[in-house]
Design a protein around this ligand. Sequence first.
Ligand code: C2E
Ligand code: CA
Ligand code: CA
Ligand code: CA
Length: 278
Amino acid sequence: AKSRGKNRYIIYTSDMYESSMDKLKLESDLRHAVTHNELVLHYQPQFSNITGEIMGVEALIRWQHPSRGLIYPDQFIWLAEESGLIFEIGKWVITEACRQNKEWQDHGCRPIQMSVNLSSKQFFRSDLVDFVKDVLDETEMPSCYLVLEITESMAMDADYARHVLKHLKELGVCISIDDFGKGYSSLVYLKTFPIDSLKIDKSFVKDITNDDDDVNIVKAIIMLAHNLGLQVIAEGVETKEQLDLLKSYECDEVQGYLLSKPITAKQFEDSYESLVNS
Ligand code: C2E
Ligand code: CA
Ligand code: CA
Ligand code: CA
């Protein structure tokens, strides 16, 4: 099983449901969820380390199950991928995220970036670029405010990835490499892929206050990113000490529970009212 947050009530894991009727039930529940608006996006703010301002949010999917409550992505994304439902879910996520960001802009909000996670299955699907273009056209969200978060696993087929990224960049969207440092990455990709930012995985941030190896890794990633002209953002910032260190290393942006948990669109509007009136 995958590791999970402490306070999460575990309902579905891939091991438990392997070749059982329950898995079929979960799959049909998920299929139903897609068509009955049970999926929701929460938004986690990302802050500039220089000005402290909100620069963007990351859209994180949740499943509002009618009887089981809020279900987190670790508990159903694997099945969405296995069953192919990820294509429909992924489309819904991009569409809803762009629609929401455009709505905030239309209400007079200072424009912020909207980051969306792409699964590798989505990334390797041939209609991705056309689809993203259609969503941008339909929602009228300016493309420069969309950030697609991809993972290093997408570099497995480097030529194809380069081709897709080039076309996405032509639409004007930003590309960020998520969970940077966690995968098997080749530094060559950083040089030859058209990307805009790196996201330092929270597993490295976690111990920077007491582990010199993690300090060195984080510092090296930041330096590397800056030398290549990329922005760098740290996720999973939970303490003031971590934040202060990341500031001293000149990490551009931060995201984490210390600053804000992922929140609903409504909570976002209430908490950041000044954004709307700025
Ligand atoms: P991720 O992209 O690495 O997202 C960061 C995860 O860390 C999120 O978990 C977020 O809620 C959590 N997090 C944020 N701040 C902190 C912190 O300070 N400490 C700790 N310990 N955790 C923090 P979440 O929302 O449960 O999402 C888990 C994963 O599910 C994401 O990891 C992402 O890979 C995937 N995911 C989420 N939404 C989507 C989606 O719309 N599509 C796809 N394909 N995957 C998604
Ligand atoms: Ca992410
Ligand atoms: Ca991560
Ligand atoms: Ca991830």
